[in-house]
Design a protein around this ligand. Structure first.
Ligand code: EPU
Length: 421
């Protein structure tokens, strides 16, 4: 058990480099199963979800070496089709091995995926899409058993542009016979990064980043591939909000300012000044943040759900009332009760999807508990902005997605330590 100890109230100032994106590397680590050669992944974040994905790869027969931020993965003799339960239930992204293993071995079995508890998190779109491609899937005692005598390309229209389902079907389609069309596909930058990786393997993919993706199957080859993971736009967004909440001025290096627009546009609305160069973004915060009358999470290119908790924290100290709606997940609210421990005025509507936030000049320091990854990030930001000492327990959630948030924030002048309890 670990916790963050934070002495809040200091302005964040300076520069920090942003690492590779969690939500880009996780699907790519599943897609690695398609390559019988050597895969080198650079700019790979050293976060716990990466380490758990590596354990999955090793358990099914890959050799993996992880040096600094470079991963070298080599296929062994024969890939196993069973994912050990302990890793499947830890992470949502373990479900992406379903498409990858079906495409490679014709079989896959894994426990129903875990991950942060943000609401229902159904997997029907993954299952229905793979079934439409010719997979037989049986669910027994919280476990999925899947097989196919060869996946076939087909047309799949997703009811919702699920990031994970789009990625699973893209990976599966690489080895399928004929063309697969995914309509109402997710357009997130991480989906586009997966497409770039699959293309490097030789896959023929068109339309990633648009609502229709086409994959012409059976074109990938066994090869040596090197791929650089895109910058993590959510880590970057988290640090921008940290600067906004501490009246700071920071520059982020190694970011894609275009991918950050759905976040930076709302920071501007809150009164922050932002300057972008090709790979850097600088934020200068005002002395008092403005509220946002209406803000709702949406799929990309809308305001990202993975920034909702951090903005909720920022709006609690804005100069007026805000309304924030979560529309991607049906219960992403665990930060609310923790922020209330600091004196935040947040009312949840009956459906628990809209937060009515009454901004106040400052919060009180408190002992807080992270209940999921972004909840933990939001609590750290609230503590940074609050004079006095706060604790954020359950650091393991934060370590799922931030390589070393305490070092990055220390570099920016914060007083934060990670300690064992
Ligand atoms: N959904 C279904 N059926 C499905 C799949 C999804 O109804 O078969 C619903 C979910 O219940 C949810 C919504 O669709 O309400 C969005 O789910 P999606 O599948 O798009 O999300 P995901 O693939 O499970 C990824 C990220 C999340 C991020 C979401 C949305 C990874 C590993 N995870 O999850 O990241 O919030 O997309 O952008 O890529 C995080 O980083 O903190 C995080 C939770």
């Amino acid at each position: 058990m670990r916790q963050y100890r934070i002495q809040g109230g200091q302005r964040l100032l300076g520069e920090v480099k942003i690492g590779g994106a969690k939500n880009a590397v996780l699907p790519i680590l599943a897609a690695v199963c398609l390559n019988q050669g050597e895969t080198i992944i650079t700019n790979c974040p050293r976060i716990s979800d990466t380490f758990d994905s590596i354990e999955i790869l090793k358990s099914i027969g890959f050799r993996v070496a992880f040096t600094e931020n470079t991963l070298k993965i080599t296929a062994g003799d024969g890939i196993k089709h069973e994912i050990p339960d302990e890793y499947a239930i830890k992470m949502r992204s373990s479900i992406l091995f379903l498409g990858a293993l079906l495409a490679t071995t014709g079989r896959a079995s894994l426990a129903l995926p875990g991950g942060c508890k943000l609401g229902d998190r159904a997997i029907n779109l993954h299952i229905e899409g793979l079934q439409a491609m010719g997979a037989e899937i049986i669910q027994q005692n919280d476990k999925l058993y899947c097989k196919t005598d060869g996946l076939k390309g087909t047309k799949i229209a997703l009811d919702f542009p699920s990031v994970g389902a789009t990625e699973n079907l893209m990976i599966a389609a690489v080895n399928a016979r004929g063309e697969t069309t995914i309509k109402n596909a997710a357009r997130e930058p991480e989906v586009q990064d997966l497409a770039r990786f699959l293309k490097a393997l030789g896959a023929k993919i068109q339309g990633a980043g648009t609502k229709t993706i086409k994959i012409l199957g059976q074109n990938a080859t066994t090869t040596k591939v090197t791929h650089k993971i895109i910058p993590d736009r959510i880590v970057a967004g988290t640090y921008l909000v940290a600067a906004a909440m501490t009246k700071g001025e920071i520059t982020l290096q190694n970011v894609d300012p275009f991918d950050l627009t759905p976040v930076t546009s709302y920071l501007k609305e809150m009164g922050c000044t932002l300057h972008a160069n090709p790979s850097t973004v600088t934020i200068t915060a005002p002395t008092l943040l403005k509220p946002i009358p209406f803000l709702a999470t949406k799929v990309h290119p809308g305001f990202p759900t993975d920034m909702q908790a951090q903005f909720a924290a920022a709006l609690t100290i804005a100069d007026g009332n805000s309304q924030l709606t979560e529309s991607v997940f049906n219960c992403r609210t665990s930060h609310v009760k923790e922020l209330r421990k600091m004196g935040a005025k947040i009312t949840l509507t009956a459906d628990k999807c809209t937060f009515l936030i009454e901004g106040r000049p400052k919060l009180n320091p408190a002992t807080l508990a992270a209940h999921d990854l972004r909840c933990g990030a939001a609590l750290i930001l609230a503590a940074l902005a609050t004079p006095g000492e706060s604790l954020v327990q359950n650091a393991n959630y934060v370590q799922r997605g931030y390589e070393s948030i305490e070092s990055d924030l220390t570099q920016l002048g914060a007083t934060i330590t990670l300690e064992k309890i």
